[in-house]
Design a protein around this ligand. Structure first.
Ligand code: ITT
Length: 203
């Protein structure tokens, strides 16, 4: 089976990706499993640019097909923040309970209609001999009034889906993958990789 490296240091992303691509006949290996320990500077100005930076850096090191995900939370009332800085918001090592509490407090007194937000995921596939392809997926919701749910990771406990009456941290992993930004972006990029592999049966 073909090996594809997933260029991320975030084990939650690896877990979700393995669920989303469970029926895709490729072996997804993490950077750690591939023995790659690279420091990647995410200095792009969009999710897409950062996803391409990560995928191409690891492609250059490994010579393999490489997938990368750059994602985050855009809160409309905060002008789209934390956006591409979602991992770095209030400091990379700050617990998400603190980051989530801060977002809730910045929205104190703001009504539901102005609490709109979205998760964005740009998924990039870099190839040894072809141009990199990037696809975006999003999911719309509102910022909740308190954390709820134990599943997922990061900002999931405050990302409330009005039509479901719960946060993405209260969905099962399968339910989240079926509707999430990451699920949408990775299912789109799966088509791109499948097409590449069909044209490169020996790769
Ligand atoms: P890599 O760059 O190594 O992949 P990272 O965690 O630094 O890992 P990003 O730069 O893409 O990843 O930052 C994304 C952040 O956005 C992530 O750390 C979460 O805080 C948040 N995020 C992304 N997807 C999310 C999701 O599905 N649920 C909750 N929070 C999410």
């Amino acid at each position: 089976m073909k090996n594809i490296i997933f260029a991320t240091g975030n084990l939650n992303k690896v877990r979700e990706l393995r669920g989303i691509l469970a029926d895709f006949p490729v072996e997804i290996i993490s950077m750690k499993e591939a023995g790659i320990d690279a420091d990647i500077v995410e200095d792009g100005s969009t999710f897409e640019e950062n996803a391409v930076i990560k995928a191409e850096k690891i492609r250059d090191i490994s010579g393999c097909i490489v997938l990368a995900d750059d994602s985050g939370l855009e809160v409309d009332y905060l002008g789209g923040a934390p956006g591409i800085y979602s991992a770095r918001f209030l400091g990379e090592k700050t617990p998400y309970s603190v980051k989530n509490a801060e977002i809730i407090s910045r929205l104190q007194g703001v009504p539901d209609s102005s609490r709109t937000a979205r998760f964005v995921c740009a998924a990039a596939a870099a190839f040894p001999d072809e141009a990199t392809v990037v696809r975006r997926g999003t999911i719309e919701g509102i910022i909740g009034y308190k954390e709820a749910g134990e599943n997922g990771f990061g900002y999931d406990p405050i990302f409330f889906l009005p039509e479901r009456g719960m946060t993405t941290a209260q969905l099962s992993p399968e339910e989240k993958n079926a509707i999430s930004h990451r699920g949408k972006a990775l299912r789109a990029i799966r088509e791109v990789i499948a097409d590449y592999l069909e044209r490169h049966p020996q790769s």
